[in-house]
Design a protein around this ligand. Structure first.
Ligand SMILES: NC(=O)c1ccc[n+]([C@@H]2O[C@H](COP(=O)([O-])OP(=O)(O)OC[C@H]3O[C@@H](n4cnc5c(N)ncnc54)[C@H](OP(=O)(O)O)[C@@H]3O)[C@@H](O)[C@H]2O)c1
Length: 329
């Protein structure tokens, strides 16, 4: 496979390189792409140095697959240009996710929808991916009515600027701010931009993308997304109301048998998921599973995953692997 990596110098791009290497994705030609600021610099992939090129250069080379993580406006403008020359684009930005003609894919849930005709495939938002990984098997079994989610999101989800902001704050240096406020010792209830309805774009992604991936617009979802100064991954407190009753042990059993989900739930020995330990792992971790006694057929759980891995790079590479395995590129 001739593979272009658009956004190769970013937070997601860096993890994408690691994941492609670790999973030994069959790359025969590697084309790293970034902004004009980075063109001409070198980047290492599989122990070989490659020169970063611009977007038009990459299109001219007609890659088989282009993995995009360079922001929404770059995707909107350039993904169609790659598609036109026959490249299959897997895009990490929010640009195409809610487009009716584009598939929004978490491989464990809905990769079977993909066909050769899908030239731009959307990778869901990081906070959505980890949540739906746990919701999907439960929806099948008990039918979800409503989800109330509060997120505790890592600064790495904002990109390199935010990581730099925290490092500056820790070192007492005044520098460029990724957020409106300091993040060290803080919790900022503001991820992405505000919409007219008073919710943030990140909160509405949790609503709309969940319904699209689970292919059920009847699932009610409401979200509060909060940025905290952790680096290892996103955490989510999730309250789920089902149509049907459940047995807590059966829910645990079901989640423990779900591909890509790891049950970490033993309060007797203080076992529960935490971002410090999810960091660098590809799985979604779930624990603190308990019945919500305040309402019928309702359960609480705590879901943690590395937003740069399953929330971005790993999910993208898994989609690419599915395409290769099924001769769709
Ligand atoms: N961080 C996450 O957890 C996460 C999760 C899921 C999805 N995403 C999405 O992935 C994308 C990248 O996120 P990130 O966190 O990796 O951001 P980042 O660290 O700021 O990196 C951005 C990357 O995009 C490149 N870029 C920016 N403008 C460009 C342009 N005009 N043309 C070509 N390349 C350009 C940058 O190149 P230069 O180095 O040359 O500037 C850099 O490689 C965003 O759309 C984000 O929403 C992020």
């Amino acid at each position: 496979m001739k593979v272009a990596l658009v956004g190769a110098t970013g937070m997601v791009g860096d993890v994408m390189i690691k994941v492609l290497q670790e999973r030994q994705f069959p790359v025969t030609e590697f084309i790293p792409v970034a902004s004009e600021r980075s063109v001409g610099k070198t980047i290492t992939f599989n122990n070989k140095d490659y020169t970063i090129v611009g977007l038009q250069d990459a299109v001219n080379q007609k890659p088989d697959i282009a993995l995009f993580s360079a922001g929404g406006s770059t995707s909107l403008e350039w993904a169609p240009k790659f598609a036109e020359v026959g490249t299959t684009v897997i895009d990490n930005s929010s640009a195409w996710r809610m487009d009716q003609n584009k598939k929004l894919v978490v491989p464990e849930i809905n990769a079977n929808q993909l066909t050769k005709a899908d030239k731009i495939i959307a990778n869901p938002n990081c906070s959505t991916i980890q949540m739906v990984m746990c919701l999907a098997p439960l929806h099948k079994k008990y039918k979800i009515k409503r989800v109330v989610v509060s997120t505790y999101q890592s600064i790495s989800g904002t990109g390199v600027k935010a990581v730099q902001q925290l490092e500056n704050e820790l070192a007492g240096i005044k520098g460029e701010m990724a957020y409106h406020y300091p993040i060290f010792k803080n919790a900022i209830p503001h991820c992405d931009v505000f919409e007219d309805n008073g919710y943030t774009k990140e909160e509405m992604k949790l609503v709309n993308e969940t319904q699209k991936i689970l292919d059920d617009r009847s699932i009610a979802v409401t979200a509060t997304a909060v940025r905290i100064p952790t680096a290892g991954g996103h955490s989510e407190a999730v309250n789920i109301e089902f149509e049907n009753d459940f047995d807590v042990n059966e829910v645990k059993d079901l989640l423990s048998k779900t591909d890509g989900v790891v049950l970490q739930d033993n309060i007797d020995v203080n076992t529960y998921p935490m971002p410090l330990y999810a960091n660098g792992k590809d799985d979604v971790f779930v624990g603190r599973i308990r019945r919500d006694g305040s309402q019928a057929n309702t359960i609480n759980m705590w879901i943690v995953s590395d937003n740069l891995r399953k929330g971005a790079a790993t999910n993208t590479v898994q989609i690419a692997e599915y395409l290769v395995k099924n001769n769709l590129v």
